[in-house]
Design a protein around this ligand. Structure first.
Ligand code: GLU
Length: 466
């Protein structure tokens, strides 16, 4: 396999979300498939208005949490502006670029015309490049790349296949703005080239940019990288995955108590299915062994939270992940209090509830009743009268039990219902309600175990037979 140099190049203009995490993950996986490959992280912060430090921190922290590791220090695009300008000037000198001083009004007029006449062309400035006077200007100009008006350009993409477009459909985009700052279109190519990136894997929203960027490589005689443009992911309603569908920010998912393994497992199966036998659980190690980008679907994938919950439930039940639950409790503002009060009880509750949890934070809805020292059961719930015939006897039996654990308690219950020839629900439902004010929930023996003998008996004693 080839030694690939890949990179993830987010602009810090938003949080690390599921879609960009998938791009980062796939870059990381490809570069982990052999020891010669490398993966870089570059923060593309040249858009000064929209780039924010908080987003940069979020992206870095989110990637680290996912376990995505990059080579050497993080590349910061804004630190390399001089180099970008140097390249623009070289393109200008070699006549692959030109100065343009068209006014916004003039350009907009041209855009209008192109739109109204439904023309296929994209070039809005057609005169400046041949105007000698403009080419000698010292200020008040932008630098545009010169894209041929004839011919076509082809990309062989590992995911999208072979795509060709006419050069007249590619605009003479700006390389250097009027204030002297380089644009993303220029910086990304220069930085990728200087880092020796030979494989660019990114969202297919960049496909158009690739046709445009290829000209910089060609004009400078630089090696053109391999490309994979990943289809974007959508929500179940078919619109682009966003906050409207649920949490999309990776660190927010972490805070809700999602595990990285679940997120990775879910993301990698969007458009790719490694196991013909239908087993969907796959570890990062196995993904690295099996992943082949050419097998990934080029149609867009739907992100489904039910699926994420399924994976998360699977991973949070794994015994060795109990420690992650503890970490979650230590950092979650609500859970912290319960953790400090009684850690052992908290872990017992987790053991009982985990089979039904989609994420750790769901436990918050059930927890308080187990800690409430002033617990009272809600007397307006009426039980079948037959329950009263057995209640005191049952409490007396329980009181005799000294070895208070789920197994022993279960035995007491079982013997009791056999002896009295009653159905389990006759006893179980009312008892559960008396203990936790809910008809549904874990088995009563599990509830007894969580509460401990003393509290259990105290709560049962709240019930008064009328
Ligand atoms: N900075 C670009 C973005 O966040 C990505 C650039 C690239 O991957 O080429 O959309």
């Amino acid at each position: 396999m080839k030694a690939y140099i890949t990179r993830f190049a987010p602009s810090p203009t938003g949080y690390l979300h599921l879609g960009s995490a998938r791009t980062a993950l796939i870059n990381y996986i490809i570069s982990s498939q052999n020891s010669y490959s490398k993966f870089f992280l570059r923060i593309e912060d040249t858009d000064k208005l929209r780039s924010k430090e908080k987003y940069k921190r979020n992206i870095i922290e989110g990637l680290k949490w996912l376990g995505i590791q990059w080579e050497s220090e993080i590349q910061i695009q804004s630190k390399r502006i001089d180099r970008h300008i140097e390249i623009a000037n070289k393109l200008l000198k070699d006549k692959f670029a030109y100065k343009c001083n068209c006014s916004i009004e003039k350009l907009n007029k041209k855009r209008e015309e192109i739109k109204n006449k439904k023309l296929k062309i994209k070039k809005v400035c057609t005169t400046c490049k041949n105007n000698q006077k403009i080419q000698t200007l010292n200020s008040n100009y932008v630098i545009r790349i010169k894209i041929p008006e004839i011919g076509s350009t082809t990309i062989k993409d590992n995911v999208q296949g072979k795509i060709t477009i006419n050069n007249q459909e590619i605009d003479d985009y700006i390389l250097i703005r009027e204030d002297g700052s380089p644009t993303y279109m220029l910086s990304v190519v220069v930085d990728d080239h200087d880092l020796n990136v030979n494989y660019i894997i990114r969202g297919d929203d960049h496909l158009n940019n690739t046709f445009r960027q290829l000209f910089i490589y060609k004009y400078l005689n630089w090696n053109i990288p391999e490309y994979s443009h990943l289809s974007l992911i959508y929500g179940e309603d078919g619109s682009k995955l966003s906050k409207r569908h649920g949490a999309v920010n990776i660190l927010e998912l972490k805070q809700k108590g999602y595990l990285r393994e679940a997120i990775i497992n879910n993301l990698i199966l969007l458009g790719w299915s490694p196991n013909p036998n239908g087993n969907e659980i796959i570890s990062i190690k196995e993904i690295v062994e099996k992943f082949d980008i050419k097998e990934i679907s080029k149609s867009s994938s739907i992100f489904n939270y039910k699926k994420l919950n399924f994976f998360n439930n699977y991973y949070l039940r794994i015994p060795s992940n109990k420690k992650i639950f503890e970490d979650f409790c230590k950092t979650n503002n609500i859970m912290k209090k319960y953790y400090i009060k009684d850690k052992v009880k908290l872990l017992k509750i987790f053991e009982v509830y985990k089979k039904n949890l989609s994420s750790f934070d769901e436990i918050i809805d059930f927890i308080d009743v187990y800690y409430n020292k002033n617990y009272t059961y809600s007397t307006n719930q009426k039980f079948d009268k037959i329950f009263d015939n057995y209640f005191y006897d049952f409490v007396a039996k329980l009181n005799l039990l000294n070895d208070w654990n789920t197994e022993k308690i279960e035995k007491v219950i079982k013997n009791f219902i056999i002896e009295k020839k009653i159905k389990f629900v006759t006893l179980g439902k009312p008892i559960r309600f008396i203990l936790i004010n809910s008809i549904n929930g874990p088995s009563i023996s599990e509830i007894f175990t969580i509460l401990g003998k003393k509290v259990s008996i105290e709560r049962l004693n709240q019930y008064i037979i009328e």
